[in-house]
Write a protein that binds this ligand. Structure first.
Ligand code: ZN
Length: 194
């Protein structure tokens, strides 16, 4: 056989290899990324109306997702609604009065139990709070740009607790954004429930 024929055969093998395996690798990468559906609520209330716009909410989530990318998790906002809440219901959530809050249908009427529900609210007392079982988090407007707060509360919503290390995302106060392999295993396990 002439040398040109060998070259053609090798090129054909190479092209067949690319056709067969490159798309497979791509789809494998995609399937490793877990998508967690989110309903975002901009609270409308006598005293607690959020000043966030839907565009700001999306931008904050885009940046929170950059923190979570290393865990192979993407929080996808499926819908953003303006959700009415009574002052009492917001106070109950903030005061950690879980029993009252669970019964409070004013606050929960726009709630979607199949998604994580993140409520943006203007309030003076906390930066954020999350309820794992209810799949509900509140994010305060008080933090000027709250992507770390959102990322932190999303961590709670996927089963993470606080840690003592200020380098870590799950540090209770202002801190850094590190996520450990153990935390990634927990959140990926819980993210698989959606
Ligand atoms: Zn926390």
């Amino acid at each position: 056989m002439r040398i040109e024929n060998y070259v053609i055969i090798i090129m054909l093998i190479f092209i067949i290899y690319i056709i067969l395996f490159v798309p497979l690798n791509f789809s494998e990468e995609k399937s490793n990324m877990l998508i967690v559906p989110v309903k975002a609520h901009i609270v409308v209330s006598e005293d607690f109306s959020s000043k966030r716009s839907p565009e700001e909410v999306r931008k904050i989530f885009d940046d929170a997702n950059k923190i979570w990318m290393k865990a192979g998790i993407n929080f996808r906002i499926d819908e953003i609604t303006y959700s009415y809440a009574t002052e009492n219901s917001v106070n109950d959530v903030l005061a950690n009065k879980e029993t009252q809050f669970r019964k409070n249908l004013d606050f929960l009427k726009d709630y979607n139990p199949d998604k994580l529900n993140v409520y943006f609210v203007r309030n003076p007392s906390v930066n954020g709070i999350a309820y794992f079982e209810e799949r509900i988090a509140l994010i305060s407007d008080n933090v000027p740009y709250s992507h770390r707060t959102v990322a932190h509360e999303l961590g709670h919503l996927l089963g993470l607790n606080h840690v003592n290390d200020p380098n870590r995302l799950m540090y209770e106060f202002s801190g850094n954004e590190e996520i450990t392999a153990e935390e990634i295993a927990i959140v990926r396990n819980n993210a698989g429930n959606f």
